[in-house]
Ligand binder design. Sequence first.
Ligand SMILES: [Cu+2]
Length: 476
Amino acid sequence: MEVLQKITALLCVFAITHASPLETFLAPELADCVNSFSSLANTTVPKASVSALDIKQRENGGGPIVEDVAIDYAGSEFMWKEGRVRWEDYNITKTDIDLVNDLLESMMTPTGVEHSRSKRQSVTPPTGRRIRREYRRLSDGERNAFHTVLQAMKTNGQYNTFANLHRGIVTTSAHRGPNFLGWHRVYLALFEEAIRRINRQVSLPYWDTTLDFDMVNPATTIVFSSAFFGNGDGRVTTGPFANWETPIGRLTRNIAGGSTLFTKANIRSILTRCRTREITVPTALPQFNFESFHNGPHVWVGGQMSGTNTAAHDPVFFLFHAFIDYVWELFRVHQLNDCRVDPSTDYPPVLGEHAPNRAMDGLPGYRNIDGYRSYWTQNWYSYESSPSCPNCNSPYLRCDTAHRVCVSSQRTLARDEPATVGGWFSYGAAANSIFSQARDDVAMLNIGPLFIGPPAEPRTQIGQERLRLSRMGVGK
Ligand SMILES: [Cu+2]
């Protein structure tokens, strides 16, 4: 009996230190002892990581830091089970954990050294290198293939798993600081890897909102039509994501409700800076605050997109964040070429959840600074440039020759829907009813904490209302 207890205790220790997902092979009595340890681990803040120390020593040891040398991770460091991440903050199931673990593991490759559990970041992605292009630059067939993959991921639960990763502690540890840029970069890479497991031909497109901002009336853009994102006025009932369910109700939007889309002026402003700290919270001045600019479209799209915990439930999120990542890449290239600053090490020296060496929440195995490494865009994916005049190269874009920018085509407008902005509130009850219905639909949702975007531009519902009031001499 005593011998049996000893063996059980030894096995328990082995099981705890072993990397594999535990429930899959443990006998019940072992699982009990392991669970008692796991629950302990889960209540603590991330434990000191041996592999992180290894990395530091190696990086500081031999002269200049060669950041693209892959990093080794002990296998145990990237499993959700290990308590390095406060995963109790997530309402996440075993299936979710298995998917994320599996994807994370496939993004690492064995180092081939004696400890077979040692892994390193793959130099190249398991499903091949990707090229991300503007949403309107895909052919109709390519766009439909992308939609089909997202629909498959919605059906098999993977889409919701990803959407639910973007919540809880991530609200603070991947927002309001420099990790905003890096965390979302890794998050998208993982999401894209999941996409390509279903169809290797598909890459994540990006939605360049400046092409819509530069229209006469952005609310009429073709991206909110059935061939693209589906409708933007209230419940989404058309297009590839029609009637999608989310944890807070049906997918809903109220486009051009308030705030503003991301603009070309925003990009130019960011590109006047050289250091990451000048464009990231909390050190950026308002006119260079990248993250604040990014909040605008979250509010402008409205509905799920406007909430910090719900945004990723609208597929618009992933295309928009690919655009944010594209703009960041423009900045990084500018840092390298014009400023002689190495973007992979230019991580502001902040403390707390955004500290460079802290484990990424929801993406265990990575530290915050890993999002800044250059291998992502050197080896994993690259961006095709955003469309520019004279040849915008898409049936859904045209060159505005007066302003020398590509602008989006308009969708077929609903009956009584005004094409120009001034028409909105002067058009009478028919047009206004579209917007008030959309607002009512959004009001049904319990969205929770909201993104705070820049002030409403004039071509939004709030902007128009403000104009109307000021014309009446109210609210000066
Ligand atoms: Cu966002």
